[in-house]
Write a protein that binds this ligand. Structure first.
Ligand code: GUN
Length: 299
């Protein structure tokens, strides 16, 4: 078993944070304090935890952040009105509406109301479109952007690689495919996007040099689905009941780590792999949003 095949997401996120911190310092010396606003609707406990982690990370880096928490019964029109106000507020450079939203609110409408210039989540159709056509200057969604950065900084060869992505969601799977298939440095992969209607997912996975698991099924990826030496990235966060745990549940990835780690070339632990990178990319996007909106630092 390769003992040292872990991709340390926490350490790589720290590298990114260090770079972001120096950009924050440059902005501040040009008189700009980067500002990030989170919006949560309702009391989804996971969202509360995630936004709390993002707030703490912003504070550590010197990014001013605030969270607006709206009651679950908030009307879509009220949320859109708030977003228009945030779009017009010069002191706020990034706006993030935490998903999932209550069922009566149309998520796509919400994401497309955030100004593309402040869309640090990269969910606005303009930013999604820029990613697809390979036009720089837009915002890339934080989780697939973080996976890309993990692969690059771990020295994994992406050029020409067979990549299998499990899951076709708008937040991870689809943008991940767009990033890796671009005609660009650290891309040029042959990408297969598998989903719930794919035939013989295991056969696709066994061909892959890189597997990115983001379909939200606990321990889906087993040892017989991974080519020996392949790189395995686990994006999954699945809550499973665990009466022995203090809070009654445990978080489990999409990869059966215990059986896959011995045969993988490189593998992300979970937690400690992709999660910290998502936050690091959000902070980096926020600083870039502030740079672009203020013209305070040319980059
Ligand atoms: N919910 C799960 N992942 C994300 C994310 O990256 N951004 C937002 N806004 N909500 C999420």
């Amino acid at each position: 078993m390769p003992p040292d095949n872990l991709i340390d997401g926490r350490a790589i996120a720290q590298e990114v944070h260090a770079e972001t911190e120096s950009r924050v310092a440059a902005l501040k010396s040009a008189g700009v304090e980067p500002g990030l606003r989170f919006v949560r609707v309702g009391d989804d406990p996971a969202s509360e935890v995630y936004v709390g982690m993002k707030e703490r990370s912003a504070a550590k880096l010197g990014i001013r952040s605030e969270t607006t928490v709206l009651p679950v019964e908030t009307l879509q029109a009220e949320l859109l009105e708030l977003l228009e106000k945030l779009n017009a507020d010069d002191g706020i450079h990034g706006v993030l509406v935490q998903a999932p939203l209550p069922r009566h609110i149309d998520e796509a409408k919400v994401f497309s109301t955030v100004s593309p210039a402040k869309d640090v989540d990269g969910f606005h159709p303009v930013n999604a479109g820029k990613l697809i056509i390979g036009e720089g200057g837009g915002f890339v969604p934080c989780t697939p952007g973080g996976v890309h950065e993990l692969l690059i900084r771990s020295g994994v060869t992406i050029e020409g690689a067979e990549v299998v992505i499990l899951g076709r969601g708008n937040i991870v799977g689809k943008p991940m495919a767009a990033i890796l298939c671009q005609k660009a440095e650290h891309a040029n992969a042959t990408v297969t996007l598998c989903h719930s209607r794919s035939r013989d997912i295991a056969a696709h996975c066994r061909r892959a040099d890189i597997v990115v698991a983001a379909m939200g099924v606990a321990k889906f990826v087993k040892a017989d689905m991974v080519k020996p030496g392949a790189t395995v990235i686990d994006v999954g966060v699945n809550r499973i009941d665990d009466p022995a745990a203090g809070n009654g549940y445990r978080l489990i990835g999409d990869v059966d780590f215990a059986v896959v780690q011995p045969i993988a070339g490189r593998i992300t632990p979970n937690p400690g792999g992709v999660g910290p990178m998502t936050i690091a990319m959000l902070m980096r996007n926020t600083v870039r949003a502030a740079e672009q909106q203020t013209g305070a630092v040319s980059r």
